[in-house]
Design a protein around this ligand. Sequence first.
Ligand code: NAD
Length: 419
Amino acid sequence: MADSHRNAFENAQRQFDLAAEKLNLDHSLRRVLRVPQRELSVNFPVKMDNGEIQVFSGYRVQHNVSRGPAKGGIRYHHAVDIDEVRALAMWMTWKCALVNIPYGGAKGGVIVDPTKLSQSELERLTRRFATEISILVGAEKDIPAPDVGTNGQVMAWFMDTISMHRGYTVPAVITGKPVEVGGSLGRVEATGRGVSIVAREAAKHLGLRIEGATVVIQGFGNVGSVTADMMQRMGSKVIAVSDVSGGYYNRRGLNIPEMIAYTKQHRSLEGYQAEGIERVSNSELLEIECDILAPCALENQITEENAGRIRCKLLVEGANGPTTPEADDILFEKGIFVVPDILANAGGVTVSYFEWVQGLQEFFWTEEEINNKLERIMQHSFESVLAQTLKHKVSMRMGGYMVAVARVAEATQIRGIYP
Ligand code: NAD
């Protein structure tokens, strides 16, 4: 993926600046909110299976904790860098505020291609990284979660490591854990479920029938594959998906359950074949004519270079930061309705919040309760962003930022500047 982390933090700051201007935010507050509060950078050794020691680098960044403990995923990817983690942490602050859950924003990352590690190397890397950043994390101060390249098993090792240090089990130190060790029902599907809920709401607003709508999805990991599955269950037709191995396109619709089963077995879609499938590149995939396009992979996929060629009616950002601010302007002029990342993919952190609450109170809810609560929060958040958008005649991104930034600014102001 070309330039997947190019200027991510600059983009995040630019989005913030535009919203701050629109909100006429006090300049002192702008200075506070446009930079992360705390950044930890670590280099740590891991013993590889062949006996060699390799040194890995990672980060944990907390952007703002005015509204509660820091919350945000951990990414394992070869292109992670500090600016990407800063951007992702800042987006987490706005996302948590937008869905009105009591968290600040954080993010972590390790520069590593996890597919190149054995399970035991991955476990040692995770346990050592957890130890390195343990000075920041804790159920009451900073709660990580899965992101690109990490999953429930990685969360379980992380939780176990912190628990070993403390001498007792602390499930609420991390979310996205397997259900067997204090995870929440519905968490694995939560982000994709949220993406499809807002896609449905946006389609309703646009007068677009969700049944039979054609859908294109970039990225077929946790978010992309669940979104594909849920959209198909709603009656939409998923005509193209892609992952790191490229794109798979069939105008008549893809067999999503079969593709999900294939990735479970082979870790990616590499080598997947079925009748009528045409192979396309990831950039060609984004330009396929469709009703709904959902980028669910990495940042900076829709830029000023290709935005003019995007041919969807509705763009729902499952990924964080897939659209640059320049591309946003082009899409807005073209009349493409964009549901921004801080709203579209907030289902994940919402159910992470439910998992944290359940862990702290040691009382667990049914899947139905969780899905109903998620549905209500996503629907309500969509409505408040849409109302702001229509009132100020701005894009949905600006509408979302106006809701979120105003909440964080207010909390920061009410608490006051220490000392
Ligand atoms: P994942 O690791 O499960 O999946 C990532 C997918 O992207 C994989 O299918 C991978 O092959 C694909 N990919 C990687 N490089 C690609 C490329 N060059 N072109 C096309 N596809 C490529 O990660 P995920 O958890 O699904 O996260 C995806 C996005 O959603 C990220 O932006 C993440 O920050 C965001 N997100 C995730 C969650 C969550 O709960 N997991 C929550 C909110 C937002």
